[in-house]
Design a binder for this molecule. Structure first.
Ligand code: KIV
Length: 277
């Protein structure tokens, strides 16, 4: 790998592991997480020094054209996890367990978690929910697969929430979320995603835990931050939530490139001599 500005070759990064992620919290070193669903994105994000690549079930909405994450299957996430793993990233690869892949029984959850590691090359899995996933989380951790939790606005519960709404605004819900985060920590999770909750609560949960919190719409007080890569790149064609910061406008760049290619072909400006044999 070479430094883009100096051309000097950089030493390869050590593989990021769950203990290394825990150590980052101890050192107060913010943990940087992005979603990745394909080989080139995984390579580029890894070269940029991203700590964790999450093969999120958000692939359903940002890549596969679904209206929610609910139709995403184990096979979908496996297919994309394999593509990300083929990049052999130093970043920790987390496969997101999709809706109905861990809710039926502890046995089903363990089997599917095993598939993401054995067949997908994932380093860890992520499950949404608190108390209701405590047993599957415990068993998956027991067999040696690291687990990331996910609390707050968990998109697989969109039907129950009645839409993508900020969660835990009331005192009782906030107390429950802190309890559930502590429960997930006691079940062995190495980190917890906190999504769509008040910033003050994100900071409170972060203080209450030994394991790191990764925020998405949960304020700056979390130990790390995650964004959906297509949101960050300006490549998502739907409406992005308030917590998204755009670092590029790739949809505009792609549209313009496609229009220029079309115009060149129509005007017989492509291919030129340099592009011909
Ligand atoms: O599916 C996903 O991308 C996620 C992140 C938004 C945390 O779960």
């Amino acid at each position: 790998m070479s430094d883009p500005t100096t051309g000097a070759s950089k030493a390869p990064r050590a593989k990021v592991t769950p203990p290394a992620i825990l150590e980052m919290k101890r050192r107060q070193d913010p943990i940087v997480v992005l979603t990745a669903y394909d080989y080139p994105t995984a390579r580029l994000a890894d070269e940029a020094g991203i700590d964790i690549l999450l093969v999120g079930d958000s692939l359903g909405t940002v890549v596969l054209g679904y209206e929610s994450t609910l139709p995403v299957t184990v096979e979908d996430v496996l297919h994309h996890t394999r593509a990300v793993s083929r990049a052999r990233p130093a970043a920790l690869v987390v496969a997101d367990m999709p809706f109905m892949s861990y809710q039926v029984s502890v046995e089903q959850a363990v089997r599917n978690a095993g598939r993401f590691v054995q067949q997908g090359g994932a380093d860890a899995v992520k499950l949404e929910g608190g108390e209701r996933v405590a047993e599957p989380v415990k068993r998956i951790v027991e067999i040696g697969i690291p687990v990331m939790g996910h609390l707050g606005l968990t998109p697989q519960s969109v039907l129950a929430f009645g839409g993508y709404k900020v969660q835990a605004r009331g005192e009782a819900d906030q107390e429950r979320l802190v309890r559930e985060a502590q429960l997930l920590e006691s079940c062995g999770c190495f980190a917890i995603v906190l999504e769509g909750i008040p910033a003050r609560l994100g900071a409170e949960v972060t203080r209450a835990l030994r394991i790191p919190t990764i925020g998405i719409g949960a304020g700056v007080g979390c130990d790390g931050q995650v964004l959906v890569t297509h949101d960050l790149l300006g490549l998502f064609l739907g409406r992005s939530p308030k917590f998204v910061r755009r670092y590029a406008a790739l949809a505009d760049a792609m549209r313009e490139a496609f229009e220029r290619f079309r115009a060149d072909v129509k005007a017989r400006r492509f291919p030129g001599d340099a592009e011909s044999y």
